[in-house]
Ligand binder design. Sequence first.
Ligand code: HEC
Ligand code: HEC
Length: 480
Amino acid sequence: MSRTWKRRLKLAGLVLAVLIVIGGVMVWFRVFREVPQHFDSADEAWKYGSLGGESDRGIPYWIWIVMPRIFGDKLPGPGGWKSFGLAWEEGREIPIGFSLKTVGFPRITNNCALCHTGSYRLAEDQAPHYVSAGSSQTADIQGMLRFMSDCAKDPRFNADTILAEIDMVHKLDMFDRLLFRFGVIPMMKDALLEQGKRFEWMNLPGHPDWGPGRDDPMNLTKYFMTSLPVDDTVGQTDFPTVWALKGRRGRPLNLCGETPVLRSVVIDSALGLGAAGSGFLKRADEITEYLENAPAPAWPYPEGPYAIKKELAAAGKAIYAARCAECHEPGAAKTGLPADMAELGTDRERIDSWSQAGADQANAAVKELGIDRPGINKTEAYVPMTLEGAWMRAPYLHNGSVPNLRELLLAPEKRSKVFHRGCDIYDPVNVGYITSGPDAERLGFRMDTSLKGNGNGGHTYGTDLSDQDKAALLEYLKTL
Ligand code: HEC
Ligand code: HEC
């Protein structure tokens, strides 16, 4: 070979190497490059911050934008994603509980605020007030999961249709078009179909719909973190409020006290949302601190006919101290510790939806990820929570089976057997959200307390009080 040829070959090799490096950098840049998020406050980070689930669960933003447009016929109503009862602040491009982060391209994931953001309106024509760390009692997570797998099953979920719809709102460049057509869209279809299969158990006969504001947390954990077979247990549970958790320090968390410390609940919940990578443990510590100190909201009627009557509330405080405080005051003898189920008598399905085998396997799975945390257990009773912001914890009991505080003080047979939950218009007279009438029926979900796991019995504390004493106790509960 002549010297010129050798030189030419060398040069070609060099050019190729440079091209490969540039190509590699470009692919890395356009597919994997992480752009850090920035938030002005811990509250903003709670509402919109990523937990690092982009590679496992991220939905490309542009697909997320067009899904409700293409598959509008599968939505429960008008308003796109908002029709699932999501909390959506005026002027924001995504709802609370969603994170928009660029990992190569912009991707959507969910965070804790999806299920832990309260909302209330004092009148039908008002914009909702959103309260961080409250209960997302209007959010229909099951509806959203079903929507996503239905979309993936639909023949319209293909590159031509999706790219054509994206073209109407955003210009993807050549690289992204190819990436979406041959990579992202087919992969997402498969992932959504797979996700649908993993959630098939919730559609089996005998599994009542969760409805807005609830999911089946221990079965979700069981079928997500363990290899246990699908069984016939159900455990529909309200999204609990998670503010002011400092009041539960030293006592276990979860509705049956399965988890010894808050940090473990935060880690397990984040894993459930696809968290991975080293950033998430630091974020888990920040969230732990945030929830310990997140303020509970004050009764929203500072004046007018529904303002708290101070003298009546003072009388109620004495009744609370005598009848309720031992189980519900922070640090009291029974607060946060397993109750006596024979005496408590609330629906026990949620307890039985978890098992020692589930706890053992879940702990092993977390350990395998190299995460060190006090493990989850199996327990046999609900634990009494502290009652900060009690007025906004409606509907009441672990399964949200009692519409308001007035009814909680009624003998179980006098409580509503069917009501509509998931409407955020407040009912200051009964202390809860409205659960009947046209608005509640239009916006809400028909809660039938005769279905498995929806029982509204038990917790008869205070039901024997006189009407006067009940009125006083109710007045005091508004001050918490
Ligand atoms: C899909 C809905 C959903 C998401 C998302 C979610 N949670 Fe929860 N969370 C629940 C439900 C339901 C429970 C009740 C579990 C039970 O029955 O013990 C719960 C329980 C909790 C508790 C225990 C409350 C108590 O009173 O003991 C804490 C703390 C908590 N979640 C924090 C988080 C954090 C932090 C995240 C994000 C990393 C998160 N959750 C994400 C639904 C959710
Ligand atoms: C012996 C302990 C005990 C006593 C006394 C007690 N409770 Fe409870 N309370 C519990 C337990 C346990 C739960 C959770 C039960 C469940 O969800 O199934 C609970 C749940 C509640 C809830 C539901 C909170 C929510 O977020 O859904 C409210 C409200 C409540 N109690 C108020 C009261 C009031 C008011 C009194 C006094 C009249 C009282 N409790 C007396 C143990 C007690």
